[in-house]
Design a protein around this ligand. Structure first.
Ligand code: PLP
Length: 386
């Protein structure tokens, strides 16, 4: 039965893809070329990523998660190693560490910036680790600490200068999870290009999308070559099927890269739209700095996803959903997930929990209209008066 109700108000989605550019045109070209696995769009999309981020090499892969997996392998993470990971992130960051039978050391985030708390890392390394030769070890378990994986959560970054200094001092490889920070810069340098590697995601909710996809960014030629090798089943050059390592089938395919190429043409416009939504929410709702993520000094965030903290966040989510407005909580802290409950968690105030408990992700598709933003804000204001 179909109910037609003129009163029905259109749904405001949380964050939907914006395919208003050359996506269909390029995908048709990819199909017409009969190149579906590799192909010219993979190359041109990778070039666009290099040009935008000013990185030397970009390697297209099947997802942000596979980008992390390959990066951790290249970093030399092995079974029983430890990797420093923020406690507030999407689970993929911590999962990738587990793929290698290594474990994360979960580090709490900073209450203002919501990204890795540098002071906490410094204190942990000073008091709970020691360096022997070229390696760093955890004092109590004697396990090697191999790498650090900062996540540029929601587009913001921690102080990368300080992080790189610590990493060098303690011989840690830096891999940046830049899944949500394409378009974020610090001191004019693009996120994901500070460490040995940076990883991007093009999942459908990210600032640009290919449906599913990702990339590894690096300025190191050997790393780029090694990444290409590992994502194509570790196949040696030539027509023989000689595979010298355990390889993976993690490539980005041509029709998806075609979507990516069209998305890159619109990236600057997408970033502007995210900034506008953020400013709209902050002004209309009179939000204080306590209630939002504060961007780190010298950082330009892409404001990928707007989140505000609210004392009655779960009630508000329900209330807005009754008004056809889609919102979501922030991720649960990693230390609260069953798989990670036995991993080390370093914190003093458990800020990840506060942010997770109070956080609400508000609609911020790049196609959202001012009318929709107004509707969201007026219902939140109404709710606040209940
Ligand atoms: C989306 C995301 C990922 C995973 O990327 P996929 O492409 O979905 O595999 C990893 N880390 C963070 C922080 C993300 O937001």
């Amino acid at each position: 039965m179909e109910i037609s109700n003129p009163q029905t108000i259109a749904n405001i989605p949380l964050c939907e893809p914006n395919l208003a550019g050359n996506e269909s045109k390029y995908i048709t070209e990819a199909i017409a070329s009969n190149w579906l696995s590799g192909g010219r769009f993979v190359n041109s999309f990778e070039e666009q990523l290099c040009e935008f981020t000013k990185v030397k090499y970009a390697v297209g892969v099947s997802s942000g998660t596979t980008a992390l997996h390959i990066s951790l392998i290249i970093a030399g993470v092995e079974e029983n190693d430890l990797v420093l990971v923020p406690n507030l992130t999407f689970v993929a960051t911590a999962n990738a560490v587990k793929y290698l039978k290594a474990d994360p050391v979960l580090i709490d985030v900073d209450r203002n910036s919501w990204v890795l708390d540098i002071n906490l890392i410094r204190e942990f390394l000073e008091t709970q680790s020691f360096v022997e030769g070229d390696s760093c070890f955890h004092k109590y378990t004697k396990r090697r600490i191999k790498a650090i994986l900062p996540v540029h959560l929601l587009g913001n970054m921690c102080d990368m200068g300080e992080l790189l200094t610590l990493a060098e001092q303690y011989h840690l490889v830096v891999i940046e999870d830049a899944a949500c920070s394409l378009g974020s810069f610090q001191n004019g340098k693009h996120s994901g290009t500070f460490g040995l590697m940076g990883t991007l995601s093009f999942n459908s909710n990210k600032i640009i999308t290919t449906g599913g996809g990702g990339a590894i960014l690096t300025n190191n030629e050997d790393v780029a070559k090694r990444a290409r090798f590992l994502i194509t089943q570790a196949k040696s050059p030539g027509i023989e099927y000689l595979h010298t390592d355990v390889g993976y089938n993690y490539r980005l395919v041509n029709p998806l890269a075609a979507i990516g190429a069209a998305q890159m043409e619109q990236l600057n416009h997408f970033i502007l739209s995210k900034k506008k939504s953020k400013e709209f929410y902050c002004e209309s709702l009179n939000l204080t700095s306590e209630q939002i993520q504060n961007v780190t000094i010298n950082t330009d965030s892409n404001f990928w996803h707007f989140v505000m903290l609210h004392e009655r966040s779960r009630e508000l989510i329900k209330y807005l959903s009754q008004q056809n407005i889609e919102t979501r909580p922030v991720w649960l802290p990693i230390n609260e997930l069953p798989v990670f409950k036995n991993d080390i968690y370093i914190h003093t105030h458990n800020c990840s929990k506060q942010i997770s408990d109070l956080g609400i992700m508000l609609p911020c598709s790049t196609s959202i209209t001012e009318m929709d933003l107004n509707r969201v804000c007026s219902f939140i204001t109404k709710f606040n008066q209940i």
